[in-house]
Design a protein around this ligand. Sequence first.
Ligand SMILES: Nc1ncnc2c1ncn2[C@@H]1O[C@H](COP(=O)(O)OP(=O)(O)OP(=O)(O)O)[C@@H](O)[C@H]1O
Ligand SMILES: [Mg+2]
Length: 959
Amino acid sequence: MPSLAKLFSSRSSLGNLEKHGPDIATPDTESNKSPISPQPVAREVQEQLICATLSRFAQVPVSAVFVLEPGWNPGGLSDEQASLILKTHGPNTPVAERPLAALRMLWGAIVNPFNILLTILAIISAATQQIPTFIVMMAMVFASTGLRYWQELKSMIQAVNLIKSVTTNTRVLRYRNSGSEELEIDQRNVVPGDIIAVTSGDVFPGDCVLITAEAITITQASLTGEMMPIEKTVRLAAPGPGETLDLLHNDNVCLAGTSVVTGNGYALVVSTGKDTYMASITSELSKRRPENATQIGIRKVSYVLMAFTGVMAPIVFIVQGAVSKDWKGAIMFAIAIAVGITPEMLPMIVTSNLALSAVRVARKKVIVKRFDAIQNLGAVRILCSDKTGTLTADLVRISMSTTGTGDLSQLPIKLAYINSSLQTGSRSPIDHAIVDFVDQNEQDMFTDIPRDGWVKQGEVPFDSSRRLLSVLVSRPGGDGSEGLLITKGAVEEVLDLCVSVYNHQTSPSSDASEPLGLDISPSTTLIFTADERQKILDTAQRLNEDGLRLVAVACREQLIKPFMTISCSDESELTFIGFIGLLDPLKPDATQAIKDLAALNVQVRILTGDAPAVAAKVARDLGLIPSCQHSSTAENEKDEGLILTGVQLAALADDQDAYKDAIDRCIIFAKLSPYQKLEVVKALRMGDGGRAVAFLGDGVNDALAIRGADVGISVDSGTDIAKEAADVILLEKSLAVVADGVVEGRLTLINTLKYIKMATSSNFGNIFSVLVASAWLPYQPMLPLQLLVQNLLYDFSQASIPWDNVDPEYLVAPKTWGAKSIIRFMICLGPFSSPFDIITFSINWFHYGIRTLDNPLVPLAQTHWFLEGSLTQLFIIHFLRTGKLPFIQSRASISVVCTTFGIAGISIAIPYMPKINTALKFTPPEPIYYSYLLAMIIGYAMVVHVVKTLYQLVFKEWL
Ligand SMILES: Nc1ncnc2c1ncn2[C@@H]1O[C@H](COP(=O)(O)OP(=O)(O)OP(=O)(O)O)[C@@H](O)[C@H]1O
Ligand SMILES: [Mg+2]
């Protein structure tokens, strides 16, 4: 008996495309093993090879690394060297873009139960001299395999092309004109021997060894699923005796696909492309990802069908064998029935459905990295978004530079400028805005900054948990030991570190002896009392409510010692200087996009690391929370229940009910750490009995939540780490295209559901008919071969379903795979075809008097059932594809009309086709039979329509 589990788990073409995702129909990991997939032993050998290559460079002190390979040098490769290595090693193609395993795919299309059975039957036919039968059967094998292979190959090529349109750049050091130059190149052109510069948010393009002294933290979530960052540092000592390299748990190796969370540094690329650890575990990675709703749905339905097959095939075999005494014929018949029940086209339908949608959304500049994400997008009920760049235009510009009490002052922006221009981490839009502003206004306002005089002596890079960025600089004109620690960051975080407030009134505004006129001494600072703090917070609140994003600036004088490094612990005892207020206008299309999403029943929530008041202002302007005309106090009170901050969230941890209530109620989640973003996404997913949640973000701080959501969405201009974690990439930063993606996802899901509901219900109906026929008729109601031909023709007609129209009302609500709904549909609709099959048996029995096995008219009886079965099944597609009246209220797409009517025409023609009819043992029916047939089709259509109306009344759903 053909194994349904195998069929459902046969790897679809997309399997080897995905970075980490399984293909669509792979519920059963055991049977995922492709017959020609690498054996575990081969994998072990490959892993040992990777280890050996890496340990050569990773287990020596950094000072000795460059001696190991002639030509490699700490200043970087020359362009000639790099292009030579590129030629020999090949491009550093990411796993997702690997050329297709076309042969493996062909193997998957060939080896399926349907083909195996047909081939066995064909061989038996050839052995018994039935050459025409053999030819017909083999033609069927080629046709079905060809159709599936062609569809899957096409989808895969499309997928690869789509993924290629998302490029990732890497900063490399190249040795040019007797000096090192840092340049940005396409990640595909990185070669072993390259030195890369990485900063927070960057993904390692190959397996690398760290070569700079400062520690960085990286996440290996893409390889291990473990989201906690781990620290990596350079190796200074030689390895101890017996020390071996542990790929995932060593100090200085950063594997391809992992990404930097905090810190900056340089690393030497050791392996690229197919030689990386990630490439070696691609198939494992795909199995590790938890099943999504679609896969669970397919698995459940396949279990039900398997149970049917398991019960039905033996019953049919025993009953038919006992009635006809032809046990050999009975077993063939039972097998053919089992094949009939199997919806063997499901993997192909799902694949082409998804590929088609992926190509359609790509036209709207939405790139789906894992095809099945598109279906999940259709299921999304809540879209979480960070604020900057998706809701706002990401055109951050400086609006003001003020003191803690809101008076204009240039000092904060000047200090922030030194901080932003000297820091070497990834430049955030805030840093860009500060640097651009000062560069543009330098002539008029900033003549007193001796630009080149400030020399960086140390840095603590920005991270979203601290929300601070500090730079230690030596003052211009001094002996180099007088330093200034300049810290900028989120207001509360900076205030927590302050011990005094700079008094701008008493301070000399332009004392020539003090650069920037900054003199921090007891006479120019005030003690930081609770009162002072409150005053500053009030100012911040006021500015935030005007929609200004704030960065607080503070500093401290510090003595600089030789070889000193600084860390977070140095960020203390600061003097508060003032604020920089930044404006980021709303995206023009965001309000409409939120309305469109609301019309699609998708709620939008804001999850931001920024202050609640700024987020509230954005939400109000977008219409996400009601705006209040009267006073800001009233607004605050009203917003209260809709905003939750990270601190409040943490405080709710002990009270589960209040926690759930707050998560459900709040629209804005502000001041969240990256972990809290993930926590909120998880909590939202759990709510309401489980719902699909999408997360849209672009920063390092969004990557965890992107990975944790049902659909992670990022933008092409986002950080690599966010793009790596995402399932969907928007080439244009716009919320509006997300709404298009949601519609497309629903369209795909509806068409897949259509197929599965039609296929299962018609198979379920056939089971009853076959049981009746086996118990009643002394001959086979259809020959196994005839059953298979009918099955194949039906399959061909179904291949057009992905191109079908969907009634608009099905698109307004989130849609998920519901195994229960499919089974209910099958049980309620399936049996109504049986009465018409039994009428056909009765016509044969009573009208034509075909009652014995040796009656010469048996082929005619079989032709009759073939025609009735095929035509009713094909025609009824139009009734089942919509909850409305077919042809009049809802029309199928041209492709569905053409295939269903075309295949119906072929079915009618087959009994008349010379050679084919003899091979299949069909006889042309009498003309009068066609009037019976017409009556039966009309009768069946009427019955289905009545049942459909009642079904929708009772269950309030159709597809
Ligand atoms: N480069 C930076 N230097 C100093 N402070 C910064 C920097 N970037 C962000 N901040 C501070 O940290 C706060 C949180 O910003 P962050 O970008 O981490 O949050 P976010 O969740 O990405 O925000 P959004 O939702 O607006 O994208 C900012 O409001 C700002 O005060
Ligand atoms: Mg952000």
